[in-house]
Design a protein around this ligand. Structure first.
Ligand code: HEC
Length: 167
């Protein structure tokens, strides 16, 4: 009869595991059993949805067909940007990085727009600041990262337009 006894214990353990699993699962789901992160995305503004529909995310950049950057190699530019610019100007261009906090003058928020010609800045740098020349990049890399910087500026301008008067 020992075997039947074992069976009873196995069943009890299985039941306990199931109950534990259900209670842990409850911690990570909202009452209507939707994962919490889905609920968060629902509060995204319609403006932000429009921005992402037109310009993608910084990891999957794109522009509308009417943009001057329509034929740019943005995903290539994104890679050059990640290596050469991101630690100062930030993944979204907002210059809110730990490095940026240490620099005087601080790096510019490219999402808020640029007051200078991007190509000239990249070719010559900005004297007396940590913004150096990137003329040493290959021609392709230079063109791609210039276009990626212009993409951030254009994305920021589109955002400003979408949120106009909503301050
Ligand atoms: C070591 C930090 C650092 C790195 C790396 C860096 N930048 Fe900058 N960048 C700055 C700083 C600081 C300024 C602002 C200088 C000033 O106040 O005039 C600036 C300014 C600029 C501006 C001019 C914005 C304006 O309107 O004045 C552009 C465009 C720019 N950076 C693009 C880039 C790109 C693209 C890269 C990568 C290829 C890059 N930067 C890499 C620090 C950096």
């Amino acid at each position: 009869m020992a075997n039947r006894e074992h069976l009873f214990y196995y069943a009890a353990i299985a039941l306990a595991c199931f109950a534990l699993w259900r209670s842990v699962q409850g911690q990570f789901t909202s009452p209507d059993s939707e994962p919490i992160f889905v609920a968060a995305s629902e509060v995204q503004s319609t403006q932000h949805q429009k921005l992402v529909a037109d310009y993608g995310y910084f990891t999957s950049p794109k522009v509308p067909a009417s943009s001057p950057l329509a034929n740019a190699n943005l995903s290539g530019g994104r890679q050059v940007y990640a290596v050469n610019c991101l630690h100062c100007h930030g993944s979204s261009g907002r210059a809110n990085t730990p490095t940026a906090a240490l620099l005087k003058p601080p790096p510019k928020d490219l999402f808020a727009g640029t007051v200078r010609d991007v190509e000239t800045v990249l070719r010559h740098g900005i004297p007396s600041t940590s913004m150096s020349s990137f003329a040493g990049l290959s021609d392709d890399e230079f063109a791609d990262v210039r276009d990626y910087a212009l993409y951030i500026v254009e994305r920021g301008a589109a955002w400003a337009k979408l949120t106009e008067g909503n301050e």
